[in-house]
Design a protein around this ligand. Structure first.
Ligand SMILES: [Zn+2]
Length: 381
């Protein structure tokens, strides 16, 4: 086997722990753990361990494997969680675990084993960030589940219990980073992370998502362009709701016109790329049309920003992505982009949906105009 590339920006330090496979949200009608009795074949909850097993195996056996360095994650300690979450909420989770489980909100089911997996996800994300902060590597990827970006300081939401990325961002701030940016490309609004830093001008939270709006009491945020942050944080939460069907070219346009200029003006000292492959063309939980090439290009663009602004320091955090096959392939492509490889290592086995980018371009242009009127700081002249 080839030895690892010596330069730390030519390899990715992946943090993972197989204990995270122990979270099992059961079977039922898609993500409702219920069986009304009409179906012979119930399916696994979409956030199941198979999806992550394939992510691990493609990084171990795919062509990117010589550039991956594996590190074992660890559980978070309860006091660490209080840097992002309230004591009352953590107490609720601990008690739910002690009681043998609880459905915290729609589709978000804490079963025996789930709490241990959640602590591992949070601790593993913290370890990955610490690895970068301590100068042991430039680019780290926290391969974690259950996902975290919907978990708010006070409540669970959307399959998420603890906000893994948010905890990592807070660790960077507590370690002296003055400006951290999060770019969230999961197909759903990163509402939990946004909520955690909504009043802060130290964290620029940017989310590209489908326009799904609020989905109930666990997710009161709308993800609209008007949720810009509050107080000192006004202007430091940038939402980019893209029309259904937005694909590679639409995302690239949004990155070029909105995300790249905003990050350039913010001048982050640390970058966090929050990834979900549920923005792919084949995901059961999303209505966007990214293919491997789109993810690869986003990875390249983010890498370029890290090269120019954060001394190449980039943490990638795993969120959703529910197609068992394509999520793994799209992850591989994203990390190829992050490594800035000149030619694709892995061909796309299934991309074939057409993309009509006209509506996406129109929406991106209107978002830019909205920012010009409201947060001119982050818009290119
Ligand atoms: Zn998602």
């Amino acid at each position: 086997m080839a030895s690892l590339p010596s330069s730390s920006s030519d390899r990715i330090d992946v943090f993972w722990h197989e204990g995270m496979l122990k979270h099992d949200a059961g079977v039922g009608v898609f993500d409702c753990a219920m069986d009304p009795g009409f179906l012979d074949v119930l399916e696994k909850h979409p956030e199941n361990s198979d999806r992550v097993k394939n992510m691990v195996s493609i990084l171990k056996r795919g062509p990117i494997s010589p550039r991956i360095s594996w590190h074992t994650g660890r559980p978070a300690q309860i006091p660490e969680l209080l840097s992002f979450h309230t004591p009352e909420y953590i107490k609720e989770l601990v008690e739910a675990d002690e009681a043998g489980g609880k459905t915290l909100c729609a589709g978000t089911i804490l079963n025996p084993g789930s709490w241990d997996a959640s602590l591992l996800a949070a601790g593993t994300a913290l370890s990955a960030m610490k690895h970068i902060l301590d100068g042991h590597g430039k680019i780290a990827y926290a391969l974690v589940r259950p996902p975290g970006h919907h978990a708010q300081p006070t409540q669970a939401d959307g399959y998420c219990f603890l906000n893994n990325a948010g905890l990592a961002v807070q660790l960077a701030l507590d370690s002296g980073c003055r400006r951290v940016v999060t770019i969230d490309i999961d197909v759903h609004y990163g509402n939990g992370t946004a909520e955690g830093f909504y009043h802060s001008d130290n964290v620029l939270t940017i989310s590209l998502h489908m326009n799904h709006g609020s989905w109930g009491p666990s997710h009161p945020q709308s993800g609209s362009i008007d949720e810009l942050g509050e107080g000192k944080g006004l202007g430091f939460n940038l939402n980019i709701p893209l029309p259904n069907g937005t694909g590679d070219r639409g995302y690239e346009y949004a990155m070029d016109e909105l995300v790249v200029p905003a990050v350039q003006k913010f001048e982050p000292e640390m970058m966090v790329l929050v990834i979900g492959q549920d923005s792919s063309a084949f995901d059961p939980n999303g209505r966007q049309c990214l293919t491997m090439e789109g993810y690869r290009e986003i990875g390249r663009m983010v890498r370029k920003l890290a090269d120019n602004h954060s001394d190449r320091r980039l943490l990638v955090v795993q969120e959703g992505g529910y197609h068992i096959t394509y999520s793994a392939y799209c992850l591989h492509a994203t990390l190829e982009g992050v490594l800035n490889l000149p030619v694709p290592l892995l061909p796309d086995p299934i991309a074939y949906y057409p993309e009509d980018e006209a509506l996406a371009v129109k929406v991106v242009n209107s978002i830019r105009q909205h920012w010009k009127n409201n947060v001119p700081l982050f818009v290119e002249d």
